[in-house]
Write a protein that binds this ligand. Structure first.
Ligand code: NAD
Length: 519
């Protein structure tokens, strides 16, 4: 194993916006970013600027008359070209010494840290994140770089294997080849950075297709990669429609793997397309797919109800419920059900919703008109299935706003209990007892995050054993996984359980080679 040169990993501290100096600095960053609104971003392929003329206009979801950035969309033909060029670049890039790639990765972290407030501001304007949510996203992006740099140091060079008499035995990790990286818009920096950096630090060539909702943030990250020393042939940012460009990238015989985070349906489609061997293809493509969630918080009869209410509230409505880890089902023991709702509903109604650039708002807009429409339709379904106790009220403003909505008396068969809504809509179900609550929690095709509020150690032991989710939390919210401490990834239709930010993750981007020499 290579000698570690980096200090022990530590999570990036969050900015405290209650400090006047930090608030002023953020206001300045917002102003600076606004001055760049409407800029045009050409495609950059192997250092060449390309303008296809087919434009993608990214708007501010808090104020839809503002254009954040204008991007040129790639074509299927360009996508083919990029895979061929990336394949040709792989031998050179993969031969870069590990320590150089680690150095570039740490430098990328440093550059994002240096521009942290600016990145925060881009996330406020393009993704509709409030200041603290934006800062958590950017901090996580820095964490991924720092953590994976250290992981690559650990995985560099020969790994410990048994030495047979008369032989010198080794096992080393080598990169896979050309990887297609497809992130979602909801962690437009953290997930984009995590999947891209994992690809690059391990020596793969990355083709990154950002979400059409957040292309400007991706363009800013591409600037960071180049400034950190990653050569233009090591990665391409290929902005374009998932349908037009995605299939070409996924199906190309020279694509070696796909690293995807997004919805269940798109993930399943990618998995299916990638499984079909194309003429000339000489490997089985690897698919790393992290997908949706329908995450539950179980509230036991014996629990601190105020803490449970607050935990459900932040998990359900933080970033407008648009987190794969968001609590969309609260499953509450019948003994405390009415009391729980009586405490929860007024707190949800008191949440301030509005422009995410205004730090007085706890919730900003949802990402797009389409998302808003789909969420409102689910609220209509929910009103028929259960009892509306908060929300479904208009929010003024020129953005895609949806009020925090709670629908009680929901049963396991109901659509809003089973389907991912991806917005500020919480279904509340009554459980007969703790056993029933666990059954309800597991009554889902998904298995991403979950939490239990309980003071009963036996119940917590039972949940540890039987609550079938990739990330389980006790007496705390079910969102906010921290790199290093909470390796993140789900079971069943939530994905391939890749455990981002954990010690197993980089192995997904590597393959092991065993070398034995007679001595
Ligand atoms: P999405 O599936 O609509 O899009 C994800 C990405 O796939 C985007 O970049 C999109 O352009 C691309 N895409 C769309 N069609 C494609 C195709 N045919 N081929 C290739 N790429 C294609 O998801 P979204 O709306 O961006 O994100 C929200 C979803 O992501 C939710 O379901 C959420 O739960 C999930 N998510 C999961 C995790 C996790 O770690 N499990 C984390 C964040 C988000």
């Amino acid at each position: 194993m290579a000698t570690a040169t980096l200090s022990q990993f530590r999570n990036e501290p969050l900015i405290d916006f209650s400090q006047p100096a930090n608030r002023q600095a953020m206001e300045k960053a917002l102003q600076k970013v606004r001055s760049e609104f409407g800029r045009e971003y050409p495609l950059r392929i192997a250092g060449e600027e390309i303008r296809t003329g087919d434009k993608l206009v990214s708007v501010n979801p808090s104020n839809t008359s503002e254009t954040v950035g204008i991007h040129h969309k790639a074509t299927a033909e360009l996508a083919n070209r990029v895979v061929e060029q990336s394949f040709a670049a792989f031998p050179k890039w993969s031969a870069t010494p590990d320590k150089d790639r680690v150095r570039m990765t740490v430098e990328a972290a440093r550059l994002i840290r240096e521009r942290k407030l600016e990145f925060d501001a881009w996330l406020v304007y393009e993704a509709g994140k409030t200041w603290p949510e934006a800062d958590a996203d950017v901090s996580e992006a820095i964490d991924f770089c720092e953590y994976y740099a250290r992981e690559m140091e650990r995985l560099s060079g020969p790994q410990p294997v048994v030495q047979l008499p008369g032989e010198h035995d080794e096992m080393i990790y080598i990169p896979l080849g050309v990887g297609v990286v497809i992130p979602p818009w909801n962690f437009p920096l953290a997930i984009l950075v995590g999947m891209t950096i994992a690809s690059l630090v391990t020596g793969n060539v990355a083709i990154v297709k950002p979400s059409s909702e957040t292309p400007t943030i991706a363009a800013k990250f591409a600037e960071v990669l180049l400034a950190a020393g990653f050569p233009p042939h090591s990665f391409t940012l290929l902005t374009g429609s998932g349908a037009a460009v995605g299939d070409v990238l996924v199906q190309h015989p020279k694509t070696r793997y796909v690293s995807f985070t997004g919805s269940r349906d798109v993930g399943l489609r990618i998995n299916e397309l990638a499984a079909k061997t194309q003429p000339g293809q000489v490997w089985i493509k690897r698919v790393i797919a992290e997908m949706g969630g329908k995450d539950a918080i179980v509230v036991d009869a014996d629990s601190d109800l105020d803490k449970a209410v607050d935990g459900v509230l932040v998990s359900a409505f933080g970033y407008q419920g648009q987190k794969c880890s968001a609590c969309s089902r609260a499953i509450v023991d019948a003994k405390v059900y009415d009391q729980f709702l009586a405490k929860l509903a007024p707190k949800a109604k008191a949440i301030k919703v509005g422009n995410s650039a205004d730090p007085g708002n706890y919730m900003g807009p949802v990402i797009s008109a389409g998302a808003r429409q789909s969420i409102l339709e689910y609220i209509e379904v929910g009103k028929k299935e259960g009892r509306l106790v908060a929300g479904d009220s208009p929010v003024p403003g020129n953005g895609y706003y949806v009020a925090p909505t709670i629908i009680a008396d929901i049963e396991a068969k109901d659509r809003i209990f089973q389907e991912e809504i991806f917005g500020p809509v919480l279904a509340v179900a009554k459980a007969e007892n703790f056993e029933h609550a666990l059954e309800l929690a597991n009554d889902s095709q998904y298995g991403l995050t979950g939490a239990v509020y309980s003071n009963n150690p036996e119940h917590l032991r039972e949940a540890r054993r039987r609550f079938h989710v990739g990330n389980l939390y006790f007496n705390r919210k079910c969102t906010g996984a921290m790199v290093g401490a909470h390796p993140f990834g789900g079971f069943n239709m939530s994905g391939t359980d890749s455990k981002a930010g954990g010690p197993d993750y980089l192995l997904l981007f590597l393959q092991a080679k065993s070398v034995a020499a007679k001595v």
